[in-house]
Design a protein around this ligand. Structure first.
Ligand code: SF4
Length: 345
């Protein structure tokens, strides 16, 4: 694309964005820390779902230092409901690294930003753009769709070659000097509101004249999806008086979270509760059975008061759902099954 064509396209996008862009809490007063938080939350989660979590987070952790110094258990608790807890841990480690390595100032260029844990090419570009208004390319799913259609790109966008073509086009379209914030927001918003995955609103699109897509709904092309794998998880509901027994997780993905202990008795009666929840490309069926306490508690198990456990610890989605239902049952209000959500582990 020629420089003058890129400018025409940018101007059209800017005009459209001024009239149609949504007001989002992290856009209203751009500050690099707020952008860092919002970008971590938006990885794998939609804007509307993120807004209440973002507001709550900023009240509790209004700056890098507060976040860096907070106990990890509290960070995970505030993240609960967003899923993919490794993002919360990385966000806290990123805050700690900014304080120790960058004198408390979040870097303004993608190269330094990529040194932070959990910051990939997109997040680095987004922080440089939205936090500092720099013209840095940032290609998320919405922008990838717009760019693939704009250029009628047939290469699969999740291959190295397809991604390279998209990032090159994103770079060509950038304004010079500054203005990255508005430009990238406009492209992203066009993908979210007009250039939709299904039924794109091409007749309302400000860059329809420049768009080369002949069959927009077939773009962007992607490699075939990994099929979903079914998993089963049997958990134990162990109570003593007004307490419930939980077990702290140590694995890479779920370190710091709490779950029901594993239930090992195969000749079991009917489960007290059953639900299905998604976890990456798995579909997990969780069954919870009544069980007795072990004679000696393993070091990673602890009793929690039923009255406050939901406010105190972070649990994977399915376990939290089970706990809510079983505490309700204890109070005589058990509702049978609760619909699965998309929040994973
Ligand atoms: S014209 Fe249609 S396909 Fe092309 S960018 Fe606009 S909405 Fe997307």
């Amino acid at each position: 694309m020629k420089t003058e064509d890129a400018k025409v396209l940018r101007d059209k996008l800017a005009l459209w964005f001024v009239a149609n862009g949504r007001t989002l809490p992290w856009r209203s007063k751009p500050d690099p820390y707020a952008v860092l938080v919002s970008e971590f939350m938006l990885q794998q989660t939609q804007v509307v779902s993120v807004i209440p979590f973002f507001k709550r987070w900023m009240e509790r952790f209004p700056d890098l230092k507060t976040l860096a110094d907070a106990p990890e258990s509290e960070v995970l608790l505030l993240w609960q409901g967003l899923g993919y807890y490794s993002r919360a841990r990385n966000l806290q480690r990123a805050a700690q690294m900014v304080l120790s390595r960058f004198e408390g100032r979040i870097p303004n260029n993608p190269i330094d930003l990529r040194a932070l844990p959990g910051v990939g090419a997109y997040t680095a570009g987004a922080i440089a753009c939205f936090g500092y208004d720099r013209p840095a390319p940032a290609v998320d799913a919405n922008i990838a769709r717009v760019l693939a259609r704009l250029s009628n790109q047939q290469a699969q966008v999740d291959t190295a070659e397809g991604a390279r073509l998209l990032w090159e086009l994103a770079e060509v379209l950038l304004p010079e000097g500054s203005g990255g914030r508005q430009h990238t927001s406009a492209l992203m918003e066009l993908g979210a509101l007009v250039c939709l995955p299904k039924n794109p609103k091409c007749l309302l699109c400000p860059i329809q004249r420049e768009c080369r897509a002949t069959e927009p709904e077939t773009l962007p092309r992607k490699s075939p999806r990994r099929s979903t794998v079914a998993l089963e998880e049997n958990a134990a509901w162990i109570t003593s008086g007004k307490d419930v027994l939980l077990e702290q997780q140590m694995g890479r993905r779920s370190r710091g979270l709490w779950k029901f202990p594993t239930f090992f008795n195969k000749a079991s009666p009917l489960p007290l509760f059953e639900t299905v929840y998604p976890f990456t490309h798995h579909k997990v069926t969780l069954r919870v059975y009544e069980a007795s306490a072990p004679e000696v508690l393993p070091t990673n198990q602890r009793w929690f008061a039923l009255s406050s456990v939901l406010d105190e610890v972070a649990l994977p989605a399915g376990h939290r759902r089970a706990l809510v239902a079983l505490i309700g049952a204890d109070a005589g209000t058990l509702s049978q099954e609760i619909k699965p959500t998309e929040d994973g582990i």
